[in-house]
Structures are given as C-alpha cells and as structure tokens.
Design a protein. Sequence first.
Length: 158
Amino acid sequence: MPSCLVLDVRLRGESGLALQQEFAARRFHIPIVFMTAHGDIAMCVEAMKGGAIDFLTKPFRDQDMLDAVTRALYEDAKRLASERNAQSVRRSFGTLTPREQQVMQYVVQGMMNKHIAAQMAVSEITIKIHRGKMMRKMAAGSVVDLVRKVELLGDYLT
C-alpha cells in the first residue's frame, strides 16, 4: 500500500537526515517529507539529494503538508506498481527454458531468426518455435515490448 514518512529533521538521539541515509543504505524505499523549525539551505539540499519529496520549514500551512504527503503517496504508488510489474516479468522469465532464454537474448540484440539459427547451430523453424513460446511466456506483444521487459529484469539476468 502506498505510504510515506513525515519526519522532523531533529529527533531524539539521531537526526532525521541520518535516518534517511540509513534507509537508503538498507534499500528501504519510502518517500520522506521533512519538516523542521531549525533548517538551513545546506540541510534542505542534503535532504533533497537523499531523495526527500519535500522539505517544509515550520511554521507551514496545513495545505503545504497535505500537498507534500499527496505527492509522496502518488510517487510511492508509482514505485509499487513498477515493482509489481518487475516481479511479474521475473516470474515470466523464470518459466523460460534455457534455450528460450538464449533465443530471447539474441532477439533483444536485434538478430533475425536465420542469424540466431546459425549462431545456435539449429534450424530456423526451431528458432521460430522457441521464439514463439518465449514471446507467449513473457507476454510480449512485440520485440519492443520484450526489450522493455528485459530492461526491467536488469541485474536479475546477471
């Protein structure tokens, strides 16, 4: 579910900026809206470089906080949708046989069926069969769609 964290820069024992850095180090992705009564430009720059959605100085208008939280929730919803999509692509990739994975790599490199067949030392019809199965399993309607899905796999392929 989309969420965000409204965080004061000054916390007991640890600063909000340190907590933001710890979240980043642990790859814990949650949008943060910072607020403070004791902020300066350097602090604001550090928070924003760290990925904060907004940096509000007290006193602020209620509407400013509502707008910042709304923006943070919208960004988190987009991130969650992207993660679900990537997870779906990884599941699809997991259903491919090693041969279909190999064909997929050649297809995304832009190779034609006859060149893939020559590279793999099999017939062109065999490549067409593997390619068709791979495209169905990956739910790719076109090579462009397949390339986008492979980009989502990113480090998963290595």
